[in-house]
Design a protein around this ligand. Structure first.
Ligand code: ADP
Ligand code: MG
Length: 568
C-alpha cells in the first residue's frame, strides 16, 4: 500500500525556476545534456561503490544510458542503470533546488537576459533544466542494493511543490520522464535527439542508446524498431589523439566534469610517458565556483585507471592552492582497486601530482605571457578569479615557490588603476639605483594602504612600494621573504634602513635632529612608558607628525588586526 506525500520546495525555488526557464530558453537543448550528465555520474558512483561491494551490480554490470521518446504520450525518457537514489537521497538531492547562497544569487541578478543566463549557469541548474521543456517531470528510481519495493517516484510540475511515492521498481537506477510543454513537439524526433546527443554528450564514456528507426514504405514514415543503437562515440575523449578532438568537444567535456555551464578559460591535454604513464586533461574554469573558499568544496579531478572511472574529487591529485582546476587524470600504472587510503601513500600519485602541478603552472604562465589581446584578457580574468588562491601556493608549495611568485601581480604606488598588474620581475626591473629590497605595505584596504604615512619617504624618493590589501597577503609575505635574491621588506617595520638610498647628508641630518630632540623623546618615553617599546626621530615622514611602527621581529599591525578579527 503506497501513499502519496506532498512536499514543497524552498521559498525561492519557484522564482528561480521561472527565471531559469526564461533565461535559458534560447539554449533549451541543454536539458538533455544535463540529464545524460547525471546518468553518467550515477554510473560513476556505482562503479566507485562497486569496487568494495560487487553485489551492487545485481548481475547487471553493463552500464548504459537509454534515451527514448513517445509521440503519443509526448514524453522523452532518459533511463540509466547507475547508482539510483533512496527516498532520502531524492529529498536531499532533487527536492532541494535552492542550494545555499540563493538569496545572494538573486541579489546579483541584473535583469539582463544574457548576463543572467551566465549567472544562472554558474549557479548550476542541472536537473531542473528539465523544466525548460517539460511542464511535468516524473522520476522513478531505486538505489543499488535496495530491494524492488524500495523504489521511489518523484513528480513535479516545477511550480513549488512535488510528490513522493513508494513504488515497486525491478531495475536498479533512475528513469526521468519529461512530459513536454505545449509547442515542444519538435523534440519528439529521433534525428533531432541524436543530433543533440552528438553535439553535447558525445564525450560520455558510457554508450547512450536509442532505438533504431527504419523507413516504412507502407506507412510512409520512420518506424521505431526494437533494436538498440549507440548514438555517441562512447570512448574516453582524453584517450583520443588531440588532432581528432574539436574545441567544442573539449568544451562540452569540461561542462560535464566541472558541472559548469560556461566554457573553460583554458585547458591542457597531454600524455606523459616514462616510468609513470598517464594522460591528463586539465581545465581552468573561467569563473570561481561559489564554494572556492569553503572547506567542503567539491568536484576536483576525476581519477581513472586505464579508462575505468575510479573516483571523483581525488583531492590528492591537486594541491589546495590549485583546487579550482577541473578535469581528468587517467593512469596506466595504478592498480584498478586503488582506494583513497592507497592514494594517500602512493609514490605514483606523488609523481603524477608533481607532473600535474607543472602542467597547470605552465598553462597559467602561457596566459601570463599573453601574446595576443585575448590571452592578456584571459590572464586578467584568471587573476581576478583565482589570484588570491594562487597566493596560498607560495606558502604551500615550497618546490614551486619561485614559479608561483613570478605569476603574482600587484597594485603598487605607481599603478594608475587598482588592478593588480605589476609582477615582481617588473618591480625589480624598475628598482632605483642602490635599492636592494622590495618594499611593501599591508593594510585592510587599498585605500588604507595608499594613505599609509609610512609611504611618505618612499614617495619623496620615488621608490615603488607594493600595496598589499588582500586577506591572504599577510600570509603571503610571511612565506615570501625574498624573490630573486631581493628581500621583501615591510615599510612599516623596524628602523627602516634605506641602505644605499640614503645619502650621507641625510644620515647627518637624521643624527643632528635626533640629538636636538633628545629631551623631547625622553619625556615622551616616560609618559608612554607601558604603551610603546621605543620612540625614535625619523626622516620617514614628510607630512605626518608621527606614525606607529612595528618592531622588526614583531607582527605587523595589519596581521595583528586580522588575528584579532579571527578571535585569536
Ligand atoms: P549536479 O549534477 O551538479 O550535482 P544536478 O542538479 O544535475 O546537480 O543533480 C543534483 C543531484 O541529483 C545529483 O548530484 C545526484 O545526487 C542526483 N541525481 C540527479 N540525477 C540522478 C540520476 N540519474 N541518478 C542518480 N542520482 C541523480
Ligand atoms: Mg548534473
Amino acid at each position: 500500500e503506497t501513499t502519496k506525500e506532498h512536499l514543497s520546495f524552498q521559498a525561492e525555488a519557484k522564482q528561480l525556476l521561472k527565471l531559469m526557464i526564461h533565461s535559458l530558453y534560447s539554449n533549451k537543448e541543454i536539458f538533455l545534456r544535463e540529464m545524460i550528465s547525471n546518468a553518467s555520474d550515477a554510473a560513476d558512483k556505482l562503479r566507485f561503490e562497486g569496487l568494495t561491494d560487487a553485489a551492487l551490480y545485481e548481475a547487471d554490470s553493463d552500464l548504459k544510458i537509454q534515451v527514448s521518446y513517445d509521440l503519443e504520450a509526448r514524453t522523452i525518457t532518459i533511463t540509466d542503470n547507475g547508482i539510483g537514489m533512496s527516498r532520502q537521497e531524492v529529498i536531499d538531492h532533487i527536492g532541494t533546488i535552492a542550494k545555499s547562497g540563493t538569496r545572494e544569487f538573486f541579489n546579483s541578478l541584473t535583469g539582463d537576459q544574457v548576463k543572467d543566463a551566465h549567472l544562472i549557469g554558474q549557479f548550476g541548474v542541472g536537473f531542473y533544466s528539465a523544466f525548460i521543456v517539460a511542464d511535468k517531470v516524473t522520476l522513478n528510481t531505486r538505489r543499488a542494493g535496495l530491494t524492488a519495493e524500495h523504489g521511489v517516484r518523484w513528480e513535479s510540475s516545477g511550480e513549488g511543490d512535488y510528490t513522493l511515492e513508494t513504488i515497486n521498481k525491478e531495475t536498479r537506477g533512475t528513469e526521468v520522464i519529461l512530459h513536454l510543454r505545449e509547442g515542444e513537439d519538435d523534440l519528439l524526433n529521433g534525428m533531432r535527439l541524436r543530433n543533440i546527443i552528438r553535439k553535447y554528450s558525445d564525450h560520455i564514456t558510457l554508450p547512450i542508446l536509442m532505438k533504431k528507426e527504419e523507413w516504412s514504405d507502407e506507412e510512409k514514415k520512420n518506424k521505431i524498431t526494437d533494436e538498440d543503437e549507440t548514438t555517441n562515440q562512447a570512448n574516453a575523449l582524453w584517450a583520443r589523439p588531440k588532432n581528432e578532438i574539436t574545441d567544442e568537444q573539449y568544451q562540452e567535456f569540461y561542462k560535464h566534469v566541472a558541472h559548469d555551464f560556461e566554457p573553460p578559460l583554458t585547458y591542457v591535454h597531454a600524455r606523459v610517458e616514462g616510468r609513470q604513464e598517464y594522460t591528463q586533461l586539465l581545465y581552468i574554469p573561467s569563473r570561481a565556483p561559489f564554494d572556492l573558499f569553503d572547506r567542503e568544496h567539491r568536484h576536483g579531478i576525476k581519477l581513472y585507471v586505464q579508462r575505468v572511472f575510479i573516483m571523483d574529487d581525488a583531492e590528492k591529485l591537486m594541491p589546495n592552492y590549485l583546487r579550482f582546476v577541473r578535469g581528468v587524470i587517467d593512469s596506466n600504472n595504478l592498480p584498478l582497486n586503488v582506494s583513497r587510503e592507497i592514494l594517500q601513500e602512493s609514490k605514483d600519485i606523488e609523481s603524477i601530482r608533481a607532473g600535474s602541478i607543472k602542467k597547470v603552472l605552465g598553462l597559467i604562465e602561457d596566459l601570463a605571457k599573453g601574446k595576443t589581446d585575448n590571452e592578456k584578457d584571459k590572464f586578467k580574468t584568471f587573476y581576478k578569479e583565482f589570484g588570491q588562491v594562487l597566493k596560498e601556493g607560495v606558502g604551500e608549495d615550497f618546490i614551486n615557490r619561485e614559479r608561483i611568485a613570478k605569476l603574482l601581480r600587484f597594485v603598487t604606488t605607481v599603478s594608475e588603476v587598482d588592478e593588480p598588474s605589476v609582477s615582481l620581475e617588473d618591480y625589480i626591473g624598475r628598482m632605483k639605483e642602490g635599492q636592494e629590497k622590495i618594499y611593501f605595505v599591508t593594510a585592510d584596504s587599498l585605500k588604507a594602504a595608499k594613505s599609509s604615512p609610512h609611504l611618505e619617504v618612499f614617495r619623496k624618493k620615488g621608490i615603488e612600494v607594493l600595496l598589499l590589501a588582500d586577506r591572504v597577503d599577510e600570509w603571503l609575505v610571511s612565506h615570501l621573504t625574498e624573490f630573486e635574491g631581493k628581500q621583501l621588506q615591510s615599510v612599516a617595520k623596524g628602523g627602516l634602513d634605506l641602505g644605499n638610498l640614503e645619502d650621507e647628508a641625510e644620515k647627518e641630518a637624521q643624527k643632528k635632529e635626533a640629538d636636538e630632540y633628545q629631551d623631547l623623546v625622553e619625556r615622551m618615553k616616560k609618559t608612554l612608558e607601558d604603551k610603546v617599546k621605543d620612540i625614535r626621530v625619523t626622516l620617514r615622514l614628510t607630512e605626518s607628525p608621527a606614525c606607529l611602527v612595528a618592531d622588526t621581529h614583531d607582527m605587523g599591525g595589519n596581521l595583528e588586526r586580522l588575528l584579532k578579527q579571527a578571535g585569536q
